[in-house]
Design a protein around this ligand. Structure first.
Ligand SMILES: Nc1ncnc2c1ncn2[C@@H]1O[C@H](COP(=O)(O)OP(=O)(O)OP(=O)(O)O)[C@@H](O)[C@H]1O
Ligand SMILES: [Mg+2]
Length: 372
């Protein structure tokens, strides 16, 4: 539904006279793919380029290079063709709704008139605008606030108006830049629920920017990590949790805890679906007659599915634990060795795609790449 290829944005600042000023590369070749109907979260530190990305996706900002395709239309091709193309771009943009951190409501207009604003610009009749605005107010749970002014609303209510306004033109795509950052945790949850409901009910594709992992956990199907203008990790949340060394997975489920001393093997284990509710660790302990120390653990629900991570320590070096680790993988768990130099050179094969552990001399399927 949204695809960017090689999206690059360079801001040139302080250019005057003969001075060339200096350049800031906010986006550095971003390839993004958001599937129809999914909620896709982009996370990253301040200055990573998240807002630049979203502003380039709806061409509020003209990319320096690369393409943006939304719902089959190459917006970047429309952008540079003079005034007529400008009109086409405006039309294409009307299928993209945008929600802002600070709501961007007009204080001089009532709630209903704020929602009608984009429809006025699109030239809809008064009657049609009114009907649509009331319908949207109902959808966002503010049917009784039509005649009220923004100043009389709470932050959460203002954001509901912002969302209703973004939906006015029946967009296929909703872009959201830190829509919940100015809200308290409980209001954040209610706004996220609203976005999720809208996503499901209307089949709307949502691309949201956030720096809160809670947002990703609560509503995102997929996520990407942005660093220095690049996407460094990307995938469905389930996939990301399965990638050894994934920084996003670690942020979503931080598990810490130091080993009890030299000689043990410390392993991070990720549980999904079924495996999250089976007594795998006690089975492991009984089957191989080993004592397992649990150094840290986190359990949570992602997209309604239980997922967990645990850091455990097995006695003895990695080489002695290849078989028990293979057992964990056969149980459908993802495992990653923590700070164990030998692991970099030894394979613990994935039972699905490769030979079972212990019966292979293939190069490392489980590497220390990215491990802390
Ligand atoms: N209009 C602009 N002119 C010049 N530089 C800009 C402009 N907008 C952003 N930048 C620079 O581009 C980089 C990326 O900024 P951007 O706003 O996209 O980051 P962000 O990830 O949204 O950060 P935050 O989490 O703080 O909102 C930063 O170095 C920023 O200073
Ligand atoms: Mg930003």
């Amino acid at each position: 539904m949204i695809t960017t290829t090689g999206l690059t944005k360079v801001y040139r600042t302080g250019r005057s006279g003969r001075s060339r000023g200096h350049e800031v590369t906010a986006l550095d070749g971003v390839d993004l793919h958001v599937r129809e109907g999914e909620v896709f979260g982009v996370v990253g530190r301040s200055g990573a380029g998240k807002s630049s990305l979203i502003r380039c996706v709806n061409l509020l900002e003209r990319p320096t290079a690369g393409t943006v395709t939304v719902d089959g239309t190459d917006l970047t091709a429309l952008a540079g063709r003079g005034r007529r193309a400008g009109k086409e771009l405006r039309r294409a943009r009307s299928s993209i709704g945008m929600v802002f951190q600070h709501f961007n409501l007009l204080s001089s207009r009532t709630v209903k008139d704020n929602i009608e604003l984009p429809l006025e610009i699109l030239g809809h009749s008064g009657q049609e605008r009114s009907r649509r605005a009331l319908e949207l107010l109902d959808l966002v749970g503010l049917a009784d606030k039509a005649k009220v002014y923004p100043a009389q609303l709470s932050g959460g209510q203002k954001q509901r108006v912002g969302i209703a306004r973004a939906l006015a033109g029946n967009p296929k795509v909703l872009l959201s830049d830190e829509a919940t950052s100015a809200l308290d945790p409980e209001t954040t949850r209610s706004i996220l629920r609203l976005l999720r409901d809208i996503n499901r009910q209307l089949g709307l594709t949502v691309l949201l920017i956030t720096h809160e992992m809670e947002v990703v956990k609560t509503i995102c199907d997929s996520a990407a990590l942005m660093e220095n203008g690049r996407i460094t990790e990307s995938g469905t949340v389930g996939e990301l949790l399965a990638v050894p060394g994934s920084r996003l997975a670690h942020e979503l489920f931080p598990v810490d805890g130091a080993g009890t001393g030299p000689g043990g093997t410390v392993v991070d284990v990720t549980f999904h679906g079924d495996a999250a509710t089976r007594p795998v660790i006690s089975q492991l302990s009984r089957t191989y007659n080993i004592d397992i120390s649990i150094l840290g653990a986190a359990m949570d629900t992602v997209g309604g599915r239980q997922i967990g991570r645990m850091r455990i320590e097995l006695p003895g070096p990695f080489e002695e634990n290849v078989v028990p680790l293979g057992f964990l993988r056969e149980q459908g768990l993802q495992i990653q060795i923590v700070d164990e130099p030998a692991a970099a050179a030894v394979a613990v094969a994935d039972p699905v795609t490769e030979e079972p552990a212990g019966s292979t001399d293939q190069p490392a399927a489980l590497t220390k790449d990215g491990a802390k």
